[in-house]
Design a protein around this ligand. Structure first.
Ligand code: SF4
Ligand code: SF4
Length: 411
């Protein structure tokens, strides 16, 4: 991105930051107290003072491509000590919300999913879509619709074939949108960090194997362990809820893959014995799924309660994006457990509609990955990876073919 373009004040960006909860940005008078008290700021690249200035000046692309914005975990420590009430923690949260829109393709989807009406309207539309797909599937299979005959078995209503027919194209599309956003973000944060360019003018990345082993795996480990969250002072207690939600997603992702492969494909399509759904409650995969569901609901409720309490104390503000994601994750968990309970007690009239709603919430949660606060997952991970990569390049350990597998340069 050209330097000249980056220095153009973007008043729409300033307005967007203010509307997303950063309306105190102009109170900042650059005393730097925030950068001193921030438990996550580094000597090499202190924040959030500089981001406050850039946001005041409307330097949209500069702020959007600033990796430090994503190293902030909105603990609120800086907000507590800011002598001007400029609330830098909230401003950085608002900047992140705008950065997500900045890299979103199409941006209109980010705008839509950022509102409460847009988000829940999308869930209703997805539920209607699943209902239509189930009706078509019933025509093909000859099952009664909308309530299949006999015991409640969700695969009679929507099996892996129609579910995959809808989900796989969306997975492909979202993966492409995420890839496009990450590569643009990587180029911008490389420019912001004054990284050296390749001979063709692009910013290099490590070879794939090195990227995964030396950078992505350590970053993911650090994120799962929540090492930086634990350093936060004012909102340290949210670590547990956040960690539970993340672990729940990992468990539920693995369980979904296992069920898809073993129950839907091997047991369903190929007719092998022993892998048919619904799985018995004592089945280890089912036990793992229920543990994941419990962690998801309990974890997101902890996060919601923390936000309520900290908002009341004045430590942080919560935007519509924050609440949209919290309630959508909560809806995924509650409809999933609800569908299982109504199936077990045999109430068809409720079990199938709740299952339809569950699939709708899952679809919109997945669709929202690059467009809502859920995008923290991809941008924060990228920022962690880039931080370590930049450190190694500056230390002469990596860059332009210097990369070595972990542990080979320690002697
Ligand atoms: S946000 Fe507050 S603490 Fe930080 S530089 Fe501005 S006035 Fe100082
Ligand atoms: S909210 Fe916390 S992590 Fe973010 S800049 Fe302020 S003190 Fe640092």
């Amino acid at each position: 991105m050209a330097e000249q373009k980056k220095l153009q004040p973007d008043l729409a960006f300033v307005k967007g930051v203010m509307e997303a909860g950063g309306d105190t940005v102009n109170k900042c008078y650059q005393c730097a107290t925030c950068s001193v008290v921030c438990p996550l700021s580094t000597d090499e690249s202190p924040f959030p003072r500089k981001e406050m200035l850039w946001a005041q000046w409307g330097l949209a692309s500069k702020v959007a491509g600033d990796a430090d914005v994503w190293l902030c975990h909105q603990c609120g420590d800086c907000t507590k000590y800011c002598p001007r009430g400029a609330r830098p923690g909230d401003v950085l949260g608002a900047i992140r919300a705008n950065a997500i829109k900045y890299y979103a393709t199409p941006r209109a989807l980010a705008d839509m999913l950022g509102t409460s009406g847009g988000m829940w309207g999308a869930v209703v539309a997805a539920a209607v879509l699943w209902f239509i797909v189930a009706a078509i599937w019933a025509q093909i299979t000859g099952e009664a619709f909308p309530f299949p005959e006999g015991s409640i078995e969700f695969h009679k209503y929507l099996s892996v074939i129609p579910i995959d027919a809808v989900m796989l194209p969306i997975v492909g599309l979202i993966s492409f949108v995420c890839y496009k956003a990450i590569t643009a973000f990587w180029a911008d944060i490389s420019e912001g960090a004054n990284m050296p360019r390749s001979f063709n003018g692009t910013y290099p990345t490590p070879p794939l194997g090195i990227l995964v082993s030396n950078y992505i795996v350590p970053a993911v480990k650090e994120i799962i362990a929540h090492e930086r969250f634990k350093k936060c002072g004012q909102t340290a207690e949210r670590t547990k809820g956040h960690q539970w939600v993340l672990i729940a997603f990992i468990i539920l992702f693995i369980v979904t893959i296992i069920v898809m492969v073993y129950a839907d494909i091997l047991g369903g399509l190929l007719g092998m014995e022993g892998f048919h759904t619904p799985l018995a409650l004592w089945n280890p995969v089912k036990i793992a799924a229920n543990i994941g569901a419990f962690l998801l609901i309990a974890g997101i409720w902890m996060i919601k309660s923390m936000r309520d309490a900290k908002t009341e104390e004045g430590v942080l503000k919560s935007s519509q994006q924050d609440w949209n994601l919290i309630w959508l994750i909560f809806a995924v968990g509650v409809t999933g457990v609800g569908a299982e309970i109504f199936r077990l007690v045999g109430i068809k009239l409720i079990a199938y509609p709740v299952y339809t709603l569950h699939l709708a919430c899952v679809l919109i949660l997945f669709l929202s990955l690059p467009y809502t606060k859920f995008a923290h997952l991809i941008y924060r991970t990228t920022a962690y990876v880039h931080e370590k990569w930049a450190q190694d390049v500056r230390a002469g350990k990596a860059g332009f073919g210097l990369e070595k597998p972990v542990g080979t340069d320690e002697h």
